[in-house]
Design a protein around this ligand. Structure first.
Ligand code: ZN
Length: 142
């Protein structure tokens, strides 16, 4: 499992930082003496899992949003239709609405092992296939 081995290596490289983040969170949530006596393990577990979920989803959002912001600089291999290989064009973002009350475009959403990922990413369009897709995953979009 090369993917799991790579993730483990990344964690090893920043382990000291992660330990500091964990200590900071515990300090903030429970103070220097830890949780009050009588706090159930299930309550502590639920809090830790909720934090882990939030961190995972926030990191997925940030990393995918950063990549999407560089869509115009992506390598040539990511500028071709995943089906026919023809060059694609970027679907222009909708013009900004005159009113500030209008909602922003829907984010792209994916369920991942780390939770729900949400980010804004421009679509690309293949005229030959008449389909749009997201260049980050080279799969056809909605
Ligand atoms: Zn195509």
């Amino acid at each position: 499992m090369a993917r799991a081995a790579k993730a483990t290596t990344v964690v090893d490289e920043i382990q000291n930082y992660l330990n500091g983040v964990a200590k900071s969170l515990v300090d903030r949530l429970y103070g220097p003496n830890g949780p009050a006596w009588g706090t159930r393990l299930s309550e502590l577990e639920a809090t830790v899992v909720a934090i882990r979920q939030h961190l995972s989803e926030r990191m997925l959002h940030d990393v995918l949003q950063r990549q999407a912001a560089t869509v115009d600089e992506r390598p040539e291999a990511f500028r071709a239709c995943p089906s026919c290989g023809q060059a694609v064009e970027r679907v222009p973002a909708p013009a900004p609405a005159p009113s500030t009350d209008s909602p922003p475009p829907d984010p792209r959403r994916l369920d991942t092992l780390g939770g729900a990922a949400q980010w804004h990413e421009p679509e690309c369009y293949c005229r030959k296939c008449r389909r749009s897709f997201f260049p980050s995953v080279q799969e056809f979009g909605p």
